[in-house]
Structures are given as C-alpha cells and as structure tokens.
Ligand binder design. Structure first.
Ligand code: G3P
Length: 204
C-alpha cells in the first residue's frame, strides 16, 4: 500500500517526504511545465531528496519514447519509471523498455481492456484516471475494482494498479479498498489524510 505524490514541485515533495510516508512521485508534462524548470534538473532534485520511484513521462513517436526512456534510465538509474501513454505506440515502447529491464507506467487508462493490454505489454504500473472517469459521469472506483478483479483472476502479479487523478481523501481509501497497490495524489490531499474533526475534538 504505497502513496505517491503527483507533482513536479520539489519544495512540496521535500516538505512531505520528511513524514516518511511517501513512497514515490509521479510527474507529467503539464506538471513539469508548471514547475518551469529544466526537466532533468527536477528529476535529479527529486532523486536527491531520496525518492526511489519517479514516473518520468515521455512523448512523441514510438522511437522518440523508447530513446528518451533509455536515456532517462541511463541518467537516473532504477528510480526512473518511464511513463508512456496508452496508445499502440506507447505499448510498443512499453514492450521494448520492459525487455531492457526498465520499469514502465502506462498512463491514461480509462478501461479494463486497456489495463489488460498494458499488463500484456509488460507494464509495472497501469494508471487508471479515477477523477477524470468520475468527471465524465462514469465510476472511477468501479474501474479500479474491475481491473483488480481481472488481475486477480488471471494471476497477474507483475503489473500493479496505480490510481491516478485522485483529488480527495475518500478516493484515496476507496482506491486502496478496491485493490489499487499505489495511489498518486495531488499534494493538497496529503495533509488532509491526517485530519479528522473528531481527532481534533478529542485533543482538547
Ligand atoms: O496523475 C494524473 C493526474 O496528474 C491527472 O490529474 O486532476 O488533472 O485529472 P487530473
């Protein structure tokens, strides 16, 4: 049961890292753009904080994704988890990188069928976007349930479910209850996990 932070803000990561309760970090191009810094500098700083699992997203053609994935793995070592999109090219890149012993996170998962293909392509993680499924009037937690059931029935152990697009406390616990191995959360949600009104009440 691992908690990742979904951010490229190194100050925020540093602040929460000290709790000893964070297990990894996921980034994406939008978060990198927000950080407004050289991408490799950001990864290096996250690695220097002590984070051992950092999802680094690659873009472009299949060849671009493979080459950038290989470069990132060479530069940052085993802490680099290469994040590819759930497309045909993304899964081909996943297969190739997996063959090189590199961990891959297949992102933008919106159906159980996609999670099946990503597992077959050798993904270490599949990232269903719980919040965005909910945004579109479907049930994000039901998607986690379905993927978890399929992986259990089919005895898929090497691919883990990483619940993404998680924006509130309840979705964190619901995701784990439904079988997510990892939940990556927007940083403002992390301090909220500590809080309960009755705990505060009981302190005085
Ligand atoms: O991990 C994916 C995440 O960054 C997307 O979150 O809130 O934009 O759906 P959101």
């Amino acid at each position: 049961m691992r908690i990742f932070l979904d951010t490229a803000d190194t100050a925020v990561i540093r602040k929460h890292w000290d709790t000893g309760l964070i297990d990894g970090v996921t980034t994406n191009p939008t978060l990198m753009m927000k950080a407004g810094r050289n991408v490799d500098d950001v990864y290096q700083e996250i690695k220097d904080i002590g984070v051992t699992d950092i999802s680094m997203e690659v873009v472009g053609s299949g060849a671009d994704m493979i080459n950038e994935g290989l470069r990132l793995h060479k530069t940052f070592g085993q802490c680099a988890t290469i994040k590819v999109p759930m497309t045909k090219e993304g899964l081909l890149a996943c297969r190739t990188l997996f063959g090189e012993g590199i961990n891959v996170n297949v992102t933008l998962i919106f159906s159980a069928a996609q999670a099946i293909l990503a597992a077959k392509a050798g993904a270490k993680y599949v990232s269903p976007f719980v919040g965005r499924v909910d945004d579109n009037s479907f049930d994000g937690i039901e998607l986690i349930d379905q993927i978890s059931d399929i992986y259990t029935i089919q005895n898929i152990r090497k691919t883990e479910i990483l619940a993404a697009s998680v924006r509130d406390v309840k979705t964190v616990s619901d995701s784990f209850a439904s079988g997510a191995h990892v939940v990556t959360i927007a940083p403002p949600v992390f301090p909220q996990l500590f809080y309960h009104v009755l705990t505060d009440h009981g302190l005085y």
